[in-house]
Ligand binder design. Structure first.
Ligand SMILES: [Zn+2]
Length: 159
């Protein structure tokens, strides 16, 4: 029995997600993140990656990227959450998804997509519904910038 299963996502209403099929202990290797290994040059020359934040593109090292946008990469179905219970790990040219919390059977598996905070952040709203959700898909280390901006806007509207 696999420890995860595919199901309609609670976060991405139009898409699928992965769910824990049993209780999963923190530290468990859940699934490999697979795809095509491509050179940085291929990434640069590809129209597919014109978007500044390609969701399925991973930096492996100074020469290679991994394009996970392939049908056989089940791990691509994992959605982003501001309170993620999984994270990506890698070594060499291999990537996988690991549980960073104890996860209960039936919970949706989530990662931090790691997007930086920049001018485009509003293009990627987050619907994870976590208590700490900042409203956009932005990596944890950068979310304070959005909170700060919200505060600024609130303060301005009170003047
Ligand atoms: Zn969120």
């Amino acid at each position: 029995m696999k420890i995860y299963k595919k199901k309609k996502s609670n976060i991405d209403k139009n898409g699928m997600g992965l769910y824990a099929n049993k209780d999963i202990k923190k530290g468990t290797h859940i699934i490999d993140y697979v795809g095509k290994i491509i050179t940085k040059k291929q990434t640069e020359n590809s129209e597919k990656f014109d978007n500044a934040k390609p969701i399925y593109l991973f930096n492996l090292n100074s020469r290679y990227d991994l394009d996970g946008d392939v049908s056989w990469n089940t791990a691509r179905l994992i959605n982003h959450s501001c309170s993620n219970n999984c994270d990506y790990e890698g070594k060499g040219l291999k990537l996988w998804v690991v549980a960073i919390k104890n996860i209960k059977k039936g919970e949706e598996l989530t990662c931090d997509y790691g997007f930086g905070y920049d001018a485009d952040y509003k293009q990627f709203p987050c619907k994870c519904r976590a208590k700490n959700c900042c409203g956009y898909i932005v990596r944890e280390g950068s979310r304070w910038r959005i909170k700060k901006q919200k505060k600024l806007i609130n303060n301005l509207s009170q003047i």
